[in-house]
Design a protein around this ligand. Structure first.
Ligand code: AMP
Length: 278
């Protein structure tokens, strides 16, 4: 496994890879969700590049960036075991030199949900992913459905900028009690960790209502709200039921919908979602 920390080393290592090449972008502190992306990438491509970069430009709160967990030694052991070819772990200075001034901004689809609550977040995401794409030149890139809006924003960017890259969305990997795996879960205090199972319970309840014929988005939003508000440690940031593609808030569900949420447990903000389809 080659570890590249600057662009020259990455380009040199990239030149020796067998095609097709897959890229799995991460911010490290790897868990089962990340590893399912790596496994999916190994399955589809001859070579796999995993990037580890805690991208400062996508953090709209500096405290969130400061407490973001890191364990690079453990990450490297896990990736070696998975048979990854290159780990691309540039420094902040390598990615954003002092005179950096070019940004990629995706329009409408990045302004709702996460984009509305975390101004500037997707500008940071689309810029860094664009830089990762141009540096690694993958044929396929793997993203988690857990960050459903991120997948939609990246797909839009790939279409708009004509990147010859296939984007694959991998299903959310959950803990046994339903909590979506996330690097941020480690920051939860024990009582918050227990309370956080309410997210999946609320999503599942909305899914059951949908499966029993309910098509009012407002009723689904209200049912999720009631369940989450029943948990004293949970503080809702947003709850939504949107069109799966446009991410516009719905009144009635006619085709596929995305139910999604961001909820604080103490200082830790967690997101989760499910796709509803007939
Ligand atoms: P992160 O390191 O949190 O930026 O995540 C890197 C990639 O892993 C993103 O595409 C995430 O959507 C994906 N990911 C994170 N958590 C999970 C999970 N529980 N299941 C599947 N994919 C995930």
């Amino acid at each position: 496994m080659i570890i590249a920390e600057n662009f020259n080393d990455l380009w040199q290592a990239r030149g020796s890879l067998l095609e097709p090449v897959a890229l799995v972008p991460t911010m490290g502190f790897l868990h089962g969700g990340h590893l399912s992306l790596v496994k999916a990438a190994k399955h589809r491509a001859e070579s796999v590049v995993v990037s580890i970069f805690v991208n400062p430009t996508q953090f709209n709160q500096s405290v969130d960036l400061e407490i973001y967990p890191k364990d690079i030694d453990r990450d490297l052991v896990l990736l070696e075991k998975e048979g990854v070819d290159i780990v691309w772990m540039p420094s902040v200075k390598e990615m954003y030199p002092p005179d950096f001034q070019t940004w990629v901004e995706v329009g409408e689809i990045s302004e709702v949900l996460e984009g509305k609550m975390r101004p500037g977040h997707f500008k940071g995401v689309s810029t860094v992913v664009c830089k990762l794409f141009t540096a690694v030149r993958p044929d396929i890139a793997f993203f988690g459905q857990k960050d459903a809006q991120q997948v939609a924003v990246i797909q839009q960017m790939v279409r708009d900028l004509n990147f010859p890259i296939e984007i694959v969305a991998v299903p959310t990997v959950r803990e046994k009690d339903g909590l979506a795996m996330s690097s941020r879960n480690v920051n939860l205090k024990p009582a918050e960790r227990k309370a956080a199972t309410v997210l999946y319970k609320a999503l599942q309840n909305a899914q059951e209502l949908f499966e029993s014929g309910e098509r009012s988005a407002e009723i689904l939003r209200t049912s999720m709200k009631e369940i989450i508000e029943g948990e004293a440690l949970a503080k809702i940031d947003y709850l939504s039921c949107t069109d799966r593609n446009s991410l516009k808030e719905l009144e009635q569900i006619t085709e596929r919908a995305l139910i999604s949420m961001a909820v604080f447990f103490g200082k830790t903000r967690l997101i989760d979602n499910l796709i509803l389809e007939k």
